[in-house]
Design a binder for this molecule. Structure first.
Ligand code: DUC
Ligand code: ZN
Ligand code: ZN
Ligand code: ZN
Length: 481
């Protein structure tokens, strides 16, 4: 056989197996996996290297306008370039509605930006901040059926949060159209109440930010979501779980056969609240929400990943520059409430996780592939096209050097934030060559494709499910004596 690209001599890893094999690519897809496959028009020597499915990062903010009107630091070109340099070949970003905007228009506008700038494949979660009758009955079902099959809802932030009743409304639409719903799970009242008291007492620096997002607020919100999900009988995904209690609530719910899924992020596995002890506003570079917690929480989250209580480790890349257009929008006297929440991480995610999981031996290579690629692809209906090295899958592949040591610095990152909260950390293991749908897009530290070469991926949906109310009523009547 003659291939367009043949990757020779590497060690292929999937979420279930690790084996030596060559990988033959025709066009954009993986055509053969095995030995003595023939020749390739282009051959890549992967001797001594790992051959991994490209990372799937299902939670990134790119070229997004926050509800406070701050445009984040990355364009689709810079954000997806950074992703690719870090071994990620598919992202799910946000099409973020603000109050008063048409959801359909929002999706159109964000799609246009991605179409122009992306160098890797992408799709969107729709952030619904204004669940009007029109959005719920017209826009949302239509957009979901067009392939935008996931939604993110917020329980906190004044301009974004929706009521319990609206959460139920959205869960029902999602159930009836086969979409998934993701949540920012923190209870708003506790956060504003703590913030009010901290600021009034003069505790206004970023180091107090973690205190303003009490861990109880996360536990309370997750607990409530479990119940809202159970009432509608529709699965939910809890984003960025930061606490041991949060993970424990999800574990219990799953034990009760409820369909609750959970994500954590590198910032909760590798950072703690002590990282915000920096002079002046420097600590703003470590500020995200939920905030990093404690070393004990890190351990609990690793254990939750190990046991499968949590299934995802996304970057939650939310890049704000350290200047008046970003974190310091309210000047260099800003209190923690005035500083945008979010940190960059789209490029460092795979290297940080590989170093911890494979190089340092925690959880291993198959679990690394599962968490960084296969599980997000499956949970968000991108599998089998994305998320595995398998015949017929898109040839999104990373040739990974498991030995190479790199020290992360502000300068080594390709996004436009200008800093990384992981600076100074040395990691072992680094992506050497990255292919997106059969094309080499990263090699020798250079990017080899143009903005706009990334493509929108349509996703399948869960089965549509109707008759919800009738079945509740029938169950109730049958239970009556
Ligand atoms: N929530 C996110 O999901 N990302 C960035 C900031 C935030 O609060
Ligand atoms: Zn969030
Ligand atoms: Zn986020
Ligand atoms: Zn598979």
């Amino acid at each position: 056989d003659r291939f367009d690209v043949l990757i020779r001599g590497g060690t292929v890893a999937t979420a279930t197996e690790v084996f030596k094999a060559d990988v033959g690519i025709k066009g954009e897809e993986i055509f053969a996996i095995g030995h003595d496959l023939g020749r390739g028009d282009r051959e890549i020597d992967a001797n001594g290297m790992l051959v991994l499915p490209g990372g799937v990062d299902p939670h990134v903010h790119i070229e997004q306008v926050s509800a406070n009107g701050i445009l984040n630091a990355d364009s689709w070109e810079s954000g997806t370039t950074a992703a690719a340099f870090g071994g990620t070949t598919t992202v799910i970003a946000f099409a973020a509605q603000h109050v008063g905007m048409s959801l359909a228009r929002v999706v159109e506008d964000y799609s246009a930006l991605a179409r122009k700038g992306a160098i890797i494949d992408y799709c969107f979660h729709m952030i619904l901040a204004d669940p009007t009758e029109e959005a719920l009955t017209l826009d949302l079902p239509k957009l979901i059926r067009e392939g935008h099959s996931s939604i993110k809802l917020f329980m906190t932030y004044d301009r974004l949060r929706v009521s319990d009743e609206s959460i139920l409304d959205v869960l029902l639409v999602a159930k009836e159209t086969g979409a998934s719903v993701c949540f920012h799970a923190e209870s708003s009242g506790m956060i504003s109440w703590m913030s009010k008291h901290l600021l009034a007492a003069g505790f206004s620096q970023p180091v107090y930010h973690p205190l303003s997002h009490p861990r109880l607020a996360e536990a309370d919100a997750i607990d409530r979501l479990v119940k809202l999900s159970a009432l509608v009988d529709h699965p939910i995904i809890i984003f960025h779980v930061s606490t041991a209690e949060g993970a424990a609530i999800i574990r219990r719910a799953r034990g009760d056969n409820l369909k609750i899924f959970g994500e954590t992020c590198p910032q909760y596995l590798f950072m703690d609240a002590g990282d915000l002890q920096k002079p002046g506003l420097e600590a703003a570079k470590w500020m995200c929400s939920p905030p990093p917690r404690t070393v004990d929480d890190q351990e609990a989250l690793w254990n939750a990943l190990d046991r499968g209580d949590l299934q995802l480790v996304s970057s939650d890349h939310a890049p704000y520059r350290f200047d008046t257009g970003g974190k310091l929008r309210n000047g260099d006297k800003s209190n923690f409430k005035e500083i945008a929440n979010g940190i960059p991480g789209i490029e460092a995610r795979l290297p940080l996780l590989f170093d911890a999981m494979v190089s340092k031996g925690r959880l291993g290579l198959d679990k690394f592939v599962e968490l960084t690629s296969t599980a997000p692809a499956k949970l968000f209906n991108l599998h089998p096209r994305k998320g595995s090295i398998a015949i017929g899958a898109d040839a999104d592949i990373v040739v990974w050097d498991a030995e190479r040591r790199v020290t992360l610095t502000d300068e080594t990152m390709h996004d436009r934030t200008g800093y990384t909260p992981y600076r100074g950390r040395e990691v072992q293991g680094w992506p050497q060559i990255v292919l997106r749908r059969g094309k080499v897009i990263i090699q020798d530290g250079e990017r080899h494709d143009e903005p706009g070469s990334g493509r929108f991926v349509t996703r399948s949906r869960m089965p549509e499910s109707t008759g919800w109310l009738a079945s509740h009523v029938a169950q109730h009547m049958a239970s009556l004596k």
